[in-house]
Design a protein around this ligand. Structure first.
Ligand code: C5P
Length: 290
C-alpha cells in the first residue's frame, strides 16, 4: 500500500524563549503542501526502512527509530517493510523526514493494532523531532512550545498558488538556532508571548514573518540570493522553518510557474514546486487510533 508524507511550511515563525535544554519555544503555524514523499508499506516479520536516497536507508532513518521505539514501548516484536520514495529535499525546512516518520507511525499504529489516540502519538513522537506532531495533528495548525502544542489554524489559508524553491543547499536546524542565539545575546530581543498573542488576535496574521530568516541568509548566500529574487517577483515571499526552502505566493499558476522556471534557469533554485496549501493531511481519512 502507498501512503503520502506531505511537506509542511511555516506560515510565520517567532522565537519566544530559549530553554535550558537548548531548544527554543516558538509561536508558529503549519500548513501542508500538495507535494509529498511516497511511502510503500507492507506487512513483514521484521522492521526495515529503505529509501530512494541511499544516505537515508536503514536503522538511522527517523521513521525506523520512531517505529522501533514505538514497538518496544508497547512490548511488540511486530515488523513492517517500509520504502520511502523521497521527493522532498533534505534539510529544507519542509519537514520531510518528520513527515515520513509521522506517516509510518500512523500506519504502524493501526496495522499493529496499538490504536493509540492522536494525542498519545503526538506526545510519544515529539522527542524524536519537534516537527513530527504537526503531521500527526492532521490539520493546519498554530503551534506553541517547541512546536508540539497545537491548535487548529483559525483562519482561511492564503489563497492562490504557492511556489516552493530550494536553493540547492540544505541548512542544519541547530546551526540556524545557534546563530539566532548569538544574535539574541547581542541584544536582538526575543519576540515575547504577549506580542505573539497580539499576532494571533490580528485578523490579518503575520504571514511571512520568520525570526530565523536573517540567520539563515547570513549562513548561506544561496538562501539570501533566492529570497531576494523571490521578493522581486512576488509580493509575499519568506523562508519556511529554519530553511533553506523559501515560499512565495502568486495569484495564478502561470505566474508561479514562470517564476519557478526563471529560478531553475538562473541556478538560484535546484528544486521547485508550484501548488496549493492544504488544510488537511492526506491521511486524515485513515483515522488515527480507529
Ligand atoms: O527536533 P528537531 O530534530 O527538529 O530539532 C533539531 C535541533 O533544532 C534541536 O536539537 C535544536 O537544536 C533545534 N531546535 C530548537 N528549537 C525547536 C526545534 C528545534 O532549538 N523548537
Amino acid at each position: 500500500m502507498k501512503y503520502s508524507a506531505p511537506a509542511k511550511i511555516n506560515l510565520y515563525l517567532k522565537v519566544t524563549a530559549t530553554l535550558e535544554s537548548g531548544y527554543h519555544e516558538l509561536d508558529t503555524s503549519f500548513a501542508y503542501v500538495d507535494v509529498a514523499d511516497e511511502l510503500t508499506i507492507s506487512p513483514a516479520d521484521t522492521l526495515s526502512v529503505t529509501c530512494s536516497n541511499p544516505r537515508l536507508n536503514g536503522e538511522l532513518n527517523l521513521a525506523y527509530r520512531v517505529l522501533d521505539a514505538f514497538r518496544q514501548q508497547h512490548g511488540l516484536s511486530s515488523g513492517l517493510s517500509i520504502h520511502i520514495d523521497k521527493r522532498l529535499p533534505d534539510r529544507a525546512g519542509l519537514g520531510g523526514g518528520s513527515s515520513d516518520a509521522a506517516t509510518a507511525l500512523m500506519v504502524a499504529n493501526n496495522h499493529w493494532g496499538v490504536k493509540c489516540s492522536k494525542e498519545a502519538l503526538m506526545k510519544f513522537a515529539a522527542p524524536f523531532g519537534a516537527d513530527i506532531p504537526c503531521f500527526l495533528f492532521e490539520r493546519a495548525s498554530l503551534a506553541k512550545g517547541i512546536g508540539e502544542q497545537l491548535s487548529d489554524y483559525p483562519r482561511a489559508l492564503p489563497a492562490g498558488f504557492i511556489l516552493l524553491a530550494y536553493p540547492g543547499v540544505g541548512l542544519s536546524t541547530p546551526e540556524v538556532f545557534n546563530c539566532y542565539d548569538r544574535q539574541a545575546s547581542a541584544a536582538v530581543a526575543l519576540t515575547h508571548n504577549d506580542v505573539t498573542d497580539t499576532i494571533r488576535a490580528n485578523p490579518a496574521p503575520a504571514i511571512g514573518d520568520n525570526d530565523l530568516e536573517a540567520c539563515a541568509s547570513s549562513l548561506s548566500t544561496e538562501v539570501d540570493e533566492l529570497l531576494k529574487e523571490l521578493r522581486s517577483v512576488s509580493e509575499m515571499a519568506w523562508m519556511s522553518g529554519s530553511g533553506s526552502t523559501s515560499v512565495a505566493l502568486f495569484e495564478n499558476r502561470h505566474e508561479a510557474e514562470a517564476a519557478a522556471s526563471m529560478l531553475l534557469e538562473r541556478g538560484l533554485a535546484t528544486w521547485t514546486h508550484v501548488g496549493r496549501l492544504l488544510n488537511r493531511h492526506p491521511l486524515e481519512s485513515m483515522k488515527i487510533g480507529a
